[in-house]
Structure formats: structure tokens, C-alpha cells
Design a protein around this ligand. Structure first.
Ligand code: HEM
Length: 280
């Protein structure tokens, strides 16, 4: 018999209701912490979904960094199955991340203006987890650490990510270990700098893509292409949402706004995986 006969469902097979302290669910999920981190800065009822969508995206960024770090480490130790599993999970996670644009995709300028002023100089440009994602994708930039000088833990994590080889660096090192002629200048490049495309690397992907489609390196290339495509989609969904919400006005972070985002959104990560296709 349930200790609480009038509990929903009744009988002996009802869930346990008796916990001395916090529930095991709470201990694991920390839902009470998570659901009390929402502090809108205006009285506008529409600000809540803006804030929560941003927080949800930050959580997805955190998962993606975890997956791509897992893949990077696995590639370093030639463990392609573990790397592929992490990359494939990350593709589904990127789809979920991109789906979270839905609630913000059609904001009108008047709706956005209702709380925009309250954001002050706050901007997603200052997202440290987004920078860690970009660094893992090969888009390194020491100047992106500058906004975080006042936050030692965040700064240290970003500094470490800047110094470490990116996911793509480890892919190219794996190609070299498999006998492909990756130039020494690419293998020994300064990994704190943005990755620049190489004609020799493009030729390697061209050769791979022209060959056996079941080759595990082609499958790796395709998983990376899926990631690249979905990152491009995130940037473009962000661009369109911004264009709808604020037209050509300057950003809260101090950039030219849409004009600046257009340049960022035009680029592709893992560049040779895109350009090689023209030569197959
Ligand atoms: C519709 C609402 C949004 C508008 C109007 C908007 C606007 C902008 C603008 C104008 C910039 C350029 C930097 C600046 O001057 O501020 C920017 C950058 C950025 N925003 Fe948003 N944003 C929106 C929603 C979001 C959300 C929900 C996220 C999720 C975290 C986000 C993340 C970012 C990131 C990561 C950057 C930096 C991009 C880069 O460095 O290439 N934004 N945003």
C-alpha cells in the first residue's frame, strides 16, 4: 500500500513521494537553480522568451563544446568510432539548437524595442561559450578574449581553448598519419591563429571524395560537413531574425549590426570540405 492512499493513481505502484530532503531529481537536474536564473530587466512580457531562448542556446553551446572536445581528443588517439559518435550526436544537437530560433524568428522592431533598451551594451557577441565553439571549429582569435578580462574562470577557459589544436587541426593530423600529404606548414601552424584554407588540403579532400564513398575518412568528411552546414544555418537564422527585429540599426554590442553579421554569416567552417566539391 502507498503511504499516501489518496495520492494520484493510488495503490502500491505509484511513484515514491517520500523524500527526507530534496528529491533525487532535483539533486541531479538542479531544476530549482535552473528555473530561478531568469531575471528580466524590463516589464515587457515578451522579454522572458528572449532571455530563456538565449539561456537555452547557451546550454546547447555547452553540449556542443563537450561533443567537439570529445571528438577532438578521440581523433588525437586515432579513435575514429568515438569521434564519429560525438560528431553525429552534435549534428542532432545543432538541429535542436537551430529549432530554438522559432520563438524569436518573427520579432517586430516594436516588440524588440520594448526591452532592447534594458539590455544596455549586452550582446551575444560577449558569449564565451559561443567563442569556444568557434575556436574548436578553427576560427581562433585572441582579440575575442579581451571582453572576458574581468572574469578569470571564463578567460582561463578561453585562453586554454585558444592554445589547443582545433577539431579540424586534429582531423588534418589524422589525415597525415593515414599517409595523406598534409603540408608541414599546415601541421605545424600556429594553432592560436584562424585556420586558413590550403590548396594541398583541398586536393586531399578532392581525392578522398572522388574515391570509395564508404571510406571512413569520407564519412568523417560528411559528418564535419553536416556540422559546418548547421553552423552556417545558425548564423543565417540569427542574421534573418536580427534583420526582422532591428533592420539596419547598430547592435547593442557596438557593431554595425546586420552589415557586420552578414560578413560573419557568409563564411564556412572547414573551408576545403566545401571548395573540394568543385573538383570532384
Ligand atoms: C532577435 C534577437 C536578436 C538580435 C536582434 C540580435 C542581434 C545581434 C547583433 C546586432 C549582433 C552583432 C554584435 C552587436 O553589435 O551586438 C549579435 C551578435 C551575436 N548574437 Fe545576437 N541577436 C539576437 C538574438 C540572439 C540570441 C538568442 C543569441 C543566443 C545566444 C545570440 C547570440 C549572438 C552571438 C553569439 C553573437 C556574436 C556573433 C559573432 O561573433 O559572429 N543572439 N546579435
Amino acid at each position: 500500500m502507498s503511504q499516501y492512499p489518496d495520492a494520484p493513481g493510488g495503490g502500491s505502484v505509484t511513484p515514491n513521494l517520500d523524500f527526507a530532503g530534496t528529491t533525487p531529481y532535483e539533486d541531479y537536474v538542479q531544476a530549482d537553480v535552473l528555473t530561478h536564473l531568469q531575471h528580466p530587466l524590463s516589464d515587457d512580457p515578451g522579454e522572458m522568451v528572449f532571455l530563456v531562448t538565449t539561456q537555452v542556446m547557451e546550454l546547447w553551446f555547452t553540449v556542443l563544446v563537450h561533443e567537439w572536445e570529445t571528438a577532438t581528443q578521440a581523433l588525437r588517439s586515432d579513435d575514429l568510432p568515438v569521434a564519429m559518435a560525438a560528431l553525429k550526436r552534435s549534428v542532432r544537437e545543432l538541429e535542436a539548437l537551430n529549432a530554438s530560433w522559432k520563438p524569436l524568428g518573427q520579432l517586430t522592431p516594436a516588440q524588440f524595442n520594448s526591452y532592447r533598451g534594458a539590455l544596455g551594451e549586452g550582446s551575444g557577441f560577449q558569449s564565451a561559450m559561443y567563442r569556444r565553439m568557434e575556436f574548436l571549429l578553427g576560427e581562433k582569435s585572441a582579440s575575442m578574449l579581451v571582453p572576458h578580462r574581468g572574469a578569470p574562470r571564463v578567460h582561463a577557459e578561453l585562453e586554454k581553448a585558444l592554445q589547443e589544436p582545433s577539431l579540424y587541426d586534429e582531423v588534418l593530423r589524422l589525415l597525415a598519419r593515414r599517409g595523406y600529404a598534409v603540408p608541414a606548414a599546415v601541421l605545424g601552424r600556429d594553432v592560436t591563429q584562424k585556420y586558413e584554407p590550403s590548396p594541398e588540403v583541398e586536393a586531399i579532400w578532392t581525392e578522398l571524395y572522388a574515391g570509395d564513398q564508404d571510406n571512413d575518412l569520407v564519412r568523417l568528411g560528411e559528418a564535419l560537413t553536416d556540422v559546418g552546414e548547421l553552423v552556417w544555418r545558425w548564423r543565417n537564422d540569427h542574421l534573418v531574425a536580427t534583420r526582422r527585429a532591428m533592420g539596419a540599426k547598430a547592435g547593442t554590442g557596438g557593431s554595425a549590426g546586420v552589415a557586420w553579421l552578414e560578413k560573419r554569416a557568409a563564411k564556412n567552417v572547414f573551408p576545403e570540405l566545401w571548395t573540394a566539391r568543385s573538383h570532384v
